[in-house]
Design a protein around this ligand. Sequence first.
Ligand SMILES: [Mn+2]
Length: 249
Amino acid sequence: MDKNIYFASDFHLGAPNYKESRKREERIVSWLNFIEPTCGELFLMGDVFDFWFEYGTVIPKGFIRLQGKLAQMADAGIKIYFFKGNHDMWVNDYFTKEIGIEIISDELSIERSGKKFYLHHGDGLGPGDAKYKFLRKVFRNRFCQWLFSVLPPRIGLFIANGWSGNSRVASNKKEVFLGDENEWLAIFAKEQLEKEHFDYFIFGHRHLPLDIQLNANSRYVNIGEWINYNSYGIFDGEDLKLEYYNSVQ
Ligand SMILES: [Mn+2]
């Protein structure tokens, strides 16, 4: 492995308003410029957009700088993955056709330089949150998606923006660490470890950068979000690190 692998999630572009989102998008593009020379693979691990829905021939307006930058990186040979988050699970084939991005619907396990990674956005895993787990089934149901798709975008996006307006990003509620024993994605990871070894579990969704030792050989790293933290994961072939992007560096 002669280049690094980068992991980032929860940009929530579009929220809480156009101005704030544009500033964040420029910060993300600046980070992509910064990592590009050392980037072999880029994992965008969900909630890149606060809302995304692809109609048959129409996509939401905006986010053009990010899309242009990703297209340029992909054209230069960088492999890019896009995980469905709970806010942008309605991606279809646009980014694959247009940019060459690989869409990941649920978990992905990979092996790089002899290390095993378990990757997932993090939604709907572990104990609790029965309400969301039910909604996730509805949101991912083909028939429900078809019903939404036949609404005119003006109405569909109005509903979606109302929904997003209630999200954690809109209220910018700061997440609090619950302790190693109570963090539900740590609980989920420990359950997985009983079945199969992984060196690293990487999730987003928590909106809180975390680095938790699960046992002597496994860690759970949460890559945080880009509203407050600008946090990301980097694997250099030896070890996985949680870092923070400072745009003035
Ligand atoms: Mn999120």
